[in-house]
Design a protein around this ligand. Sequence first.
Ligand code: BES
Ligand code: ZN
Ligand code: ZN
Length: 472
Amino acid sequence: MKINLSSKSFKKIKSDIEIILVNDLEEAKDKELLENLDFKATDEACVLLAESGKIYVGYEEENYDSLAIAIATAVKKFKTTKYKTAKVNLTQIEDNLKAIVEGTLLASYSFKKYKSEDTAKKKQELILVVSEETAVLEKIVADSTIISKAVNKARDMVNTTPADFYPEVMAEVAKDIAEDASIECKVHGEKFLDRNHMHSMLSVGRASIHESQLIHLSYKPKNAKKKIVLVGKGLTYDSGGLSLKPADFMVTMKSDKSGGCAVLATLWAIAKLGLPYEVHGIVGAVENMIGGDAYKPDDVLTAKNGKTIEVRNTDAEGRLVLADCLCYAQDEIDDIDYIFDYATLTGACVVGVGQYTSGIMGNNEILKRNAVLAALKSGEYATTLDFNRYLRKTIKSEIADVCNIANTRYGGAITAGLFLDNFIYEENKDKWIHFDIAGPAFVESAWGYNPHGGSGAGVRMTVEFIKSLDKK
Ligand code: BES
Ligand code: ZN
Ligand code: ZN
């Protein structure tokens, strides 16, 4: 969908169809007709009046969430028609232009790579009508377009199947992203992991025919305000390993690379937006498979920081990959201001907070609170999950420094976060946030502006969070 900003008189703008956002039915022009159609000004309510060329869509509140969902609902309807152009009057809700642009571009996304039918995209255009075409509004459109493109890039990667997207492919894609955004990209294979004592990550990928890759992107603008490191879980497939997943739980595990995809796409967005922060993106791209060479429950692994890990379940592999990636980040990059990790880490997080929401964990209460606020402002849902001393004890091991699973069924998202805390160095404890995106990263049944498949969770909230960091 093409987006155009215009400040011409609304009536004079030619278009095939008009989208009308309705908050109060009393004020709607076609009130009677709409009432007869039992249309209500509620979120996701939508009617197409073909004869008069109008799409009416309801919204309940004047905020990002409600308006992004409203325009997405209208855009989805528009897409079912053969009309080429639509216009929408935004003069009363110009403060929410970001929501309108992102709602439009995120709802227009479709993934057709594996469809054999004609995949030529319809060329449709949406004209956003504002009172004045100011530089501020134009910048909002430009920036929101970059952010939406980044989300859609993450979705494309997540949706690509494990046969076409394995660690070496992820590394190539990272190089392409880096080239397009004019940022640095280093890729390290298994020899490097071995030489650098990253045997926790290395063990997870051992049974795979694909070589594990450590990807490191860096964006270093002049006069950067802060130095931020983003670390992503890039499990291009998670079969569970020898602690094999049941068949029904293995389906969708191509999405276990979502954290890594979010990191790559966020780096692209930050560079394209030209934000004044030095940002590093580190992704552990690994495939968790079975085979004679597979790592096993009972193994004891040594991570890069020298800590030993008792493996009791090979399906708790993401934390093993992240452990070494977090150490690598802290060893390689000096004077870090913030370190954030992104991972589809636990089913427990989905059970606990639902499939729409990310879990936010860490040791710094204020930083966690600010992460939640940034997420909500960006249009993503997130909530904090608190650590405590008793849950910390549940990952103690009899024979190693720490165990990769807890001795309790409860609090699985938090005990996974507490495992990661073992690999955050003392000086960085307060600078770290762990985002468990297992719920929202992959959409089984479409919601809002998210079609089935990868959602690009993490990208919008991280851009917003980074932008807020100099104020703190
Ligand atoms: N990738 C999964 C977590 C996951 C589950 C992501 C569902 C998205 C949807 C992770 O590697 C995993 O398998 N975790 C286990 C941990 C358990 C063995 C302690 C889980 O959540 O069951
Ligand atoms: Zn797993
Ligand atoms: Zn996993």
